[in-house]
Design a protein around this ligand. Structure first.
Ligand code: GLU
Length: 487
């Protein structure tokens, strides 16, 4: 059987570095085996999925340079590749499970489920559905559904025994069925949950190996039960170790930039990023750290993955990038600079913001410096971060909070959106807009005087702005607090 693998990102946020990491391992395995690499969009969460996020993910993955053989944009023999376009398929499959008694209709209201959760919490029991509707006769369920009663479809998990599957990297893993919830498969809006859609699609798309992050291990026994209920053979499972922050916690935007857009904006070459992600949990052999994508494909073997929890170290990434940059010819280096921030397109956006501020052309580069550099020298501009009458700690707290607030601006990082969000935030914090805007200006640009704040932030881009504000917040929160005077 030809090898077929997939990545299945959910378009609910910015393009995540973890997606590129998992894509790389799928890609290398597929190409090593002469197989196909598929991109599927898992947009079944209607409240969180957005077309902007899907576009951003596709764009970032194209920048990374892992070319998919089939996907929503390029098509392929197993489409559609966007789950929101496959609703009928999932409903049909849910019906099969209902007919076989491997799933049942559940009419419990949100209110009842809320009470159940509360009771379980009080009794210190693990949360989970208590199976009330599992006792309903299938005909009664069907009749109530036909009469239009709102319901979901749940998986009838076996109550006894265990579910076992073999993970390529971890060997056999065993789960007690009694501890696994009767998972919702089809929601009351008729949309499938991740579990149903994922299993149905992996089967129909003839995926042979599911290579995904370790955080999905706990879902896999439910998937194995679903494969069994459909009478299908499950694919092989490979759960890759999660990327970690330096303190070994799961990689998070709190401690590392996680958006691929950040790395592109920081001038990390895509080949460096792939090499670096390849070093995460995988060894080329010997102590070789620098290798190209074709070399990794050639040498690819899951036996070289270690489960230690690879640390995503920005310093090491920069070091590796330096090696790649130094190898380029002068012309190639120049081409990279141009493709990065010195393109006509980018300069054309800088000129209107800066031209009023320079008297001579030789003032242009200094005035543009904060648009073309990475992290700012906070020790130098730090004192100006704190508005008059405010303390370092409260300013740090406010800046940290607005970083989260800006996270909600998706695919819409514009002057208007930034201004509306920032004004509303100032009001909510009971800060004068003048105070907030000054703190933002210094944190984002390193200056007390700059081109218009929101225009500058729009041009700097979401990732750069969020990182600078986050670093400024950390800087302020780490300041020694003034001691009360001794009595
Ligand atoms: N949609 C899931 C995600 O966002 C896919 C997980 C899987 O690969 O099964 O990562």
């Amino acid at each position: 059987m030809p090898v077929r693998v997939r990545i299945a990102p959910s378009p609910t946020g910015d393009p995540h570095v973890g997606t590129a990491y998992i894509a790389l391992f799928n890609y290398c395995f597929a190409k090593h085996e002469g197989g196909s690499f598929v991109l599927r969009i898992e947009d079944t969460d209607r409240t969180r999925s957005t077309p902007e996020s899907e576009q951003a993910i596709l764009r970032a993955l194209r920048w990374v340079g892992l070319v998919w053989d089939e996907g929503p944009d390029v098509g392929g023999p197993f489409g559609p590749y966007r789950q929101s376009e496959r609703g009928e398929i999932y409903r049909r499959h849910a019906d099969v499970l209902l007919e076989r008694g491997r799933a049942y209709r559940c009419f419990c209201t949100a209110e009842r489920l809320g009470e159940l959760r509360e009771d379980q919490k009080l009794a210190k029991l693990p949360p989970g559905y208590d199976g009330r509707c599992r006792k309903l006769a299938a005909e009664e369920g069907a009749a109530r559904a036909a009469a239009g009663e709102v319901h979901v479809v749940r998986l009838a998990m076996p109550r006894e025994g265990t579910t076992v599957f073999t993970d390529r990297l971890r060997g056999p893993l065993e789960f007690e069925n009694a501890k696994i919830d009767d998972q919702v498969l089809l929601k009351s809006d008729g949309f499938p949950t991740y579990h149903l859609a994922n299993v149905v699609d992996d089967h129909l798309m003839e995926i042979t190996h599911v290579i995904r992050a370790e955080e999905w291990i706990s879902s896999t026994p439910k998937h194995v039960v679903l494969y069994d209920a459909f009478g299908w053979q499950a694919p092989e499972f490979v759960h890759m170790p999660l990327l970690r922050n330096a303190d070994r916690s799961k990689i998070s935007k709190r401690k590392n930039p996680v958006s691929l857009d950040y790395y592109e904006g920081a001038g990390i070459l895509s080949e460096t990023l792939l090499n670096f992600l390849g070093l995460m949990g995988w060894s080329f052999g010997g102590d070789r750290e620098k290798f190209t994508l074709p070399e990794m494909i050639e040498a690819f073997d899951f036996a070289r993955v270690s489960l230690g929890g690879p640390v995503f170290d920005l310093e090491k990434l920069s070091w590796l990038n330096g090696l790649y940059l130094r190898e380029l010819s002068d012309d190639a280096f120049l081409a990279r600079l141009r493709a990065w921030r010195l393109s006509d397109e980018h300069l054309r956006r800088l000129v209107p913001l800066l031209r009023e501020r320079v008297r001579r052309l030789d003032e242009f580069i200094p005035s543009a410096e904060f648009f073309l550099s990475g992290d700012l020298d906070l020790a130098r501009c730090g004192v100006n971060l704190v508005p008059k009458g405010r303390g370092a700690k409260e300013t740090g707290t406010v800046l940290a909070a607005i970083v989260d607030e800006y996270e909600t601006i998706r695919g819409n990082w514009t002057v208007a959106a930034l201004e509306a969000c920032s004004r509303a935030f100032a009001e909510q914090q009971a800060w004068k807009t003048k105070e907030l805007f000054m703190a933002l200006r210094v944190a984002a640009t390193g200056r007390t005087m700059s081109p218009p704040l929101f225009e500058s932030m729009e041009l700097l881009g979401k990732e750069q702005v969020r990182r600078r504000l986050r670093l400024a917040a950390d800087f302020l929160l780490a300041q020694p607090q003034p001691q009360p005077p001794k009595a």
